[in-house]
Design a binder for this molecule. Structure first.
Ligand code: ZN
Length: 685
């Protein structure tokens, strides 16, 4: 399930995230030239006062509307200055509200506050969506001559006009009204889907500590029996991941996985059906065959057919090899149970670990002591500091939504690039995956880039080292890859194409590539030190971990292909021909040899079916590109600023102001291809 995480960065209409400024006055008024003062406070701030949040958000939206009015009122020749720049600032303000309320609805500790944020999310998305259907605004923008402007501005204009057309601005007024109502409705349906997932945090009761046999010592310590001797386990990652991997009791693993794969069931069956139906209807009104046709059009992949072909290629390259890997699992299980004829889903992580232990002499437990949370966090900052020549300063006075949240400023010499927030440990009611949320899209002269990393890692409690799994460290680097992309790409003039607002099927490439750094012994030894002895992680242990990691790649890639197929096949046909349970049941055996777990409904908690809809394939697509881009780095010195500097300039800094394919071509000196990915899949690197 590793890459079932998202960047919430640029989902323009459906899952924007946004903040409101506490500083009631003029949150954005200080231009980015007034750098010494740092960025203005975002409106969410630490105030438990939801009314203040609402007032600030509404003020921000009002300013956005005034900007649009001003732009429309221009007499005489329309110019970049009197039209495009005014539009840019107005959109930035509107999106600020959408981004910040989207963030707060997912993370605020107070449920009433979250509900308020949901409402503001609807209001701000409505503003942005109605703007995208505003014919007058479209005509005004279209009449600006950008032929002599720089390439970024011309590309911004091309994208903006295209997005207006894709939104439906060309339709007659009555149709546009229908579309606007549908956008508004879709935001709510998407919110229902996400809320049902967040709120259905299931738990199981374990009768005694004996049932937890096999789990790490610190896990047992953190889960003492209650007065009646029972222990409660939750389906959230800090409980779920260790149980699935370490618990000797197959029944315990089965029970917990069963709850996890029924999260938001049955509530989200109906919500998902409704989401599919509404999107299909919208796509038809916009002139497309299906939602998948519509949503792939502005991606690198271009068409739903190309997406299907790509998923088929993944299937072709993985299925046979996944079957061979599966046979190894079965053989190992048969040592415990000679009558076994299959390995069940809840047994895969467990036996995978045992196989890696015996055949590769690697136990993930051995590396955990080298990954106490605080050290990993500092290590990540130090590594990126060295690679990119940037520095971090704690933003001690920045307002936050929960006392556990930390804020940092990012500096490049004497220039401040932006600010970010770390919200890294679980809390009740909090978004339960890992994602980078936007607080403010950076726009030169208007506002600094501000983003938040929302994760659910161990640690954050006094007296506990918070030992992370290596896979947690990988997630941390992945999400941070999004964050740096957003900050470096947030120095452009045009907010809607800043940061990670590149093609959505490229957006995972920088984050997935940055995962490579945590497989490198030299990089790891800069921060991974034993929490008791201080000894750096042994090189030999890292090598063993790498060899062990190569086993099972076909299976995990096949699982990704399966998720991609679910995502595409729910959206590439009329909804009356879709029964989500049947689609999942039909596809799973085509992609993976692991038998389906009966009586479960993975689609009801597959959050990407809202945010990414038909294009979950993006994770694998981006992975192909990331493997190729990584080939341009010096494997002997991954901390060297040389390639990193060029990569930052050519691939990250442009944000969405150039087609991704061009950036990658310039960086590699050729078009990307499948070679590095195929070699990786074959366990060769
Ligand atoms: Zn990601």
């Amino acid at each position: 399930m590793r890459p079932r995480r998202s960047t919430r960065s640029a989902a323009k209409y459906f899952t924007l995230c946004f903040t409101l400024s506490l500083a009631l006055s003029t949150p954005h008024a200080s231009s980015a030239n007034g750098r010494s003062a740092g960025p203005p406070a975002p409106f969410f701030a630490g105030s438990p006062d939801a009314a203040t949040f609402r007032a600030s958000a509404e003020a921000e939206l009002k300013q956005a509307q005034e900007g649009i009015n001003r732009m429309l009122g221009v007499q005489g020749t329309r110019t970049i200055a009197n039209t495009l720049e005014v539009y840019n600032e107005a959109v930035a303000r509107g999106e600020n509200v959408a981004y910040q309320s989207g963030l707060l609805e997912a993370v605020h500790p107070d449920s009433a506050y979250r509900a308020m944020a949901e409402e503001l999310s609807q209001v701000s998305n409505k503003f942005v969506d109605e703007l995208s259907l505003n014919r007058e605004v479209y005509d005004a923008l279209k009449s600006v001559d950008v032929s002599k402007a720089d390439p970024a501005t011309r590309y911004f204009m091309m994208r903006t006009l295209r997005d207006f057309r894709r939104a439906g601005v060309d339709k007659d007024e009555a149709t546009r009204k229908v579309i606007a109502a549908m956008y508004e409705d879709l935001v709510k349906t998407g919110q229902d889907f996400g809320r049902n997932i967040r709120n259905d945090s299931r738990k199981i009761l374990v009768k005694s500590a004996a049932e937890l046999d096999g789990l790490p010592e610190d896990f047992l310590k953190a889960h003492p029996p209650g007065p009646d001797g029972t222990i409660t386990l939750s389906i959230e990652t800090p409980d779920y991941a260790p149980v699935i991997r370490y618990a000797k009791s197959g029944e315990l693993r089965r029970r917990l996985m069963h709850e996890a794969l029924n999260r938001a069931y049955p509530a989200n069956i109906e919500v998902l059906d409704s989401l599919l139906a509404k999107r299909y209807r919208l796509a038809r009104i916009l002139g497309y065959g299906t939602w998948a046709d519509y949503i792939t059009e502005d991606k690198m992949i271009g068409t739903a057919k190309n997406a299907a072909d790509f998923i088929a290629r993944l299937n072709d390259t993985t299925l046979k090899r996944a079957g061979e890997e599966y046979a190894v699992y079965l053989k190992r299980k048969q040592e415990d149970d000679p009558t076994a004829t299959q390995v069940n889903r809840w047994e895969m992580s467990y036996y995978g670990r045992l196989i890696r232990k015996r055949d590769f002499d690697f136990d993930p437990q051995e590396v955990r002591p080298y990954f106490p949370f605080d050290r990993v966090k500092q290590g990540l900052l130090d590594v990126t500091s060295k690679m990119y020549g940037i520095t971090y300063r704690p933003a001690a006075n920045a307002a936050v939504w929960d006392p556990s949240v930390e804020a940092y400023e990012v500096w490049d010499g004497t220039k401040m690039l932006g600010r970010f927030y770390f919200d890294l440990h679980p809390r009740p009611g909090k978004y339960n995956h890992a994602a980078k949320f936007t607080v403010r899209q950076g726009a030169r002269g208007i506002q600094f880039a501000e983003h938040a990393l929302v994760c659910n890692f161990p640690g954050g409690k006094p007296g506990e080292p918070g030992l992370m799994e290596h896979s947690d460290v990988q997630t941390f680097f992945h999400e941070y890859g999004h964050l740096l992309h957003a900050i470096f790409g947030g120095q452009n003039a045009w907010a809607p194409v800043a940061g990670t607002a590149t093609e959505r099927d490229f957006v995972e490439a920088p984050s997935q590539m940055f995962e490579e750094w945590i497989w490198d012994p030299a990089v790891l030894r800069t921060f991974a030190r034993h929490h008791q002895t201080g000894e750096p992680i042994p090189v030999e242990l890292v090598q063993k971990m790498r060899r062990a990691d190569a086993f099972g790649r076909a299976l995990s890639t096949a699982t990704q292909a399966f998720y991609s197929a679910v995502s595409l096949n729910l959206y590439n046909r009329p909804p009356d021909r879709v029964n989500t349970d049947a689609t999942v049941a039909e596809l799973e055996p085509k992609y993976t040899p692991v038998p389906t777990m009966t009586d479960t409904h993975m689609q009801t908690s597959f959050g990407h079916l809202d945010g990414y809809s038909a294009y979950y394939y993006t994770y694998s697509w981006s992975l192909v590109i990331s493997k190729d881009m990584f080939s341009a780095f010096d494997k002997k010195d991954l901390l060297s600023p040389n390639a990193a500097k060029r990569y930052r300039e050519v691939v990250l800094a442009p944000g969405g102001t150039r087609p991704a394919r061009e950036m990658v071509r310039e960086f590699l000196g050729r078009d990307y291809d499948f070679q590095a990915f195929d070699a990786w899949l074959a366990g060769k690197n």
